[in-house]
Design a protein. Structure first.
Length: 547
């Protein structure tokens, strides 16, 4: 497979993330699929920031350890990442700040000559990279004009000047497919929420979910939705429940710490059968942990958050197409079944940039039948789903209740009614499972006849799939976690052989869920330092399990 990996690094304030996005756009304009991982500390200035941009002729959702080109804006970047260069790899560096072997650029002089400011050093690096890879200059200028809306001509002059000082290296051929969209995982989730028909998005900013709030706020007028930033995550969930009670489809977004504050509201939604969509994008905990790094350590928390027992829907997409599809389905599922509906992402997926596979068609869920009059909010039905009365309705009352209640929503402590209402709520989960049999709730890949199977969930599926292809293994990845799709998973695991669990947590939480379903795990590969698996790393660790 034809592919290229570029790493650009510097300090916070050097515009590393923006430069990475521009590099990704340049590759995608030539027909390449792109995956971008950004690594940055929780600092406004200083620290070490870097982006890895992987461009390939096939869809990719994981990065490699090895790189072909290193763009170093400071010495730390050169020192830390030079060992990652392949045999033909090259470093281009700011000769005023870095000592290295490669092609040096007088970035300070280029900026001063063209009337720029220090942050435009990233633009100089983009110009240098474009020359090294022999990108068509008209394509480079087109993308710079589109993406750099301030001081555009100055940035272009700096990029052109830097380009003229670089000795060309490996040329990058254009491949069929034309320009591909490059969006963050949070943007793909946002588009899915819109496709699912949300009327409102409510959030308090919390990395790594904040990009959803930023994107939806930017398109709110065009999309015709309300976007609200309350004072806390408690206010977020309660505002969303208010929207939902009034008949407006609402979704919220947060990370682990914010989700902790939402759990009482989650229980209210469970008892009162108020629908709602929740995006939970994980980062490293406990507590504040590593605010800008990734993890998969909130799975069991999400499955059991809130006091008492009530059904919930949880899906963990692994790709941009799945982020779009399952975000839309989560909204529709929440409103059909009147349950909390969670999308579980992580920093790798949320803040990474990706070009998608073909986006799937969103299957519309038919509307519920009209309620009978006089109205009972919790009317008993065979599938447990009570019709919702649009508000307001003259002469009728829609009473929601956080206490145990009867069919009309009136508080009760009658033991028989408590049992009946509990059974009613869980019949909804049974109905949902039947629906999910048609949804691809478990994804499989690789060699069906392999002697070993990698089991994973969420964003690590990309790297697991590449490793499985190299080693001739099977991959099984549940997308839906709750209610657990036991039938589909059983079919996927038939003849699985040795089972290798791969997860970015310290305890292997999916393995605990599988043990409850009667499955054993023979080998466990865990990473919990806040960084995602790279292809070469996981290849070596899986190889040890097979030895």
């Amino acid at each position: 497979m034809t592919e290229y990996s570029v790493l650009i690094g510097g300090k916070a304030g050097d515009g590393i993330s923006q430069a990475g996005q521009l590099i990704g756009s340049l590759f995608s304009s030539l027909g390449y699929h792109v995956c971008l991982y950004v690594d940055y500390p929780s600092l406004i200035r200083g620290g070490h920031n870097f982006c890895i941009i992987r461009a390939a002729e096939k869809p990719v959702t994981a990065t490699r350890s090895g790189i072909d080109l290193l763009l170093a804006l400071d010495q730390k970047t050169a020192d830390l990442h030079s060992p990652r260069l392949g045999a033909q790899g090259v470093i281009i560096y700011d000769q005023n700040r870095v000592k290295a072997e490669g092609q040096g650029l007088d970035i300070t002089g280029i900026i001063e000559k063209n009337g720029g400011i220090p942050v435009m050093g990233n633009t100089a690096m983009i110009g240098a990279m474009s020359r090294f890879f022999s990108f068509p200059w008209d394509r480079v200028e087109q993308i710079l004009r589109k993406r750099l809306v301030r001081q555009t001509d100055t940035n272009i002059s700096i990029a052109r000047d830097a380009s003229s000082r670089i000795v060309p290296g490996t040329g990058v051929p254009e491949i069929p497919g034309g320009p591909r969209p490059v969006l963050s995982g949070n943007e793909w989730i946002s588009l899915g929420l819109l496709a699912g028909g949300i009327d409102a998005y409510i959030a308090y900013p919390m990395t790594p979910s904040s990009g959803i709030l930023h994107y939806l706020a930017a398109v709110a007028d065009t999309a015709g939705i309300d976007v609200i930033h309350p004072e806390s995550e408690i206010a977020v969930i309660m505002t969303a429940l208010g929207f939902s009670y009034a008949g407006k489809r609402a979704a919220v977004g947060t990370s682990g710490g914010g989700f902790c504050l939402m759990t009482e509201g989650l229980s209210l939604a469970g008892m009162a059968e108020i629908p709602g969509g929740i995006v939970l994008s994980q980062r490293t905990g406990p507590s504040t942990g590593l605010p800008t790094y990734t993890a998969q350590s909130d799975l069991l928390f999400a499955c059991h958050a809130g006091q008492g027992e009530f059904p919930r829907f949880i899906a963990a997409p692994a790709t941009p197409a799945e982020a779009f599809h399952w975000s839309a389905q989560a909204v529709q599922i929440a409103w059909k079944y009147q349950i909390p509906s969670l999308i579980m992402a992580d920093k790798t997926l949320s803040e990474g940039l990706f070009t998608p596979e073909t986006l799937p068609e969103i299957r519309a869920i038919p509307p519920l039948p009209a309620p009978s009059i006089p109205y009972e909010r919790y009317a008993d039905t065979p599938d447990g789903i009570s019709p919702i009365l649009p508000l307001p309705c003259a002469g009728e009352i829609s009473k929601v209740n956080s206490y145990a209640h009867d069919y009309a929503g009136i508080t009760t402590e009658d033991p028989g009614m408590v049992v009946e209402m509990t059974k009613k709520r869980f019949r909804k989960a049974e109905s949902l499972l039947r629906d999910l049999d048609q949804e691809g709730a478990v994804v499989t890949g690789g060699d069906r006849n392999a002697p070993a199977t990698i089991v994973c969930w969420g964003s690590p599926r990309g790297v697991c799939s590449e490793v499985a292809e190299t080693l001739g293994l099977r991959v099984v990845s549940p997308v839906v976690i709750s209610p657990f799709p036991a039938g589909q998973f059983r079919q996927a695991m038939d003849g699985a052989g040795s089972v290798i669990l791969v997860e970015e947590s310290s305890t292997g939480q999916l393995g605990r869920i599988l043990s409850c379903e009667g499955y054993r795990v023979d080998h466990t590969i865990l990473r919990y330092d806040g960084r995602p698996f790279a292809v070469e790393e996981l290849l070596e660790r899986v190889g040890r399990c097979l030895a």
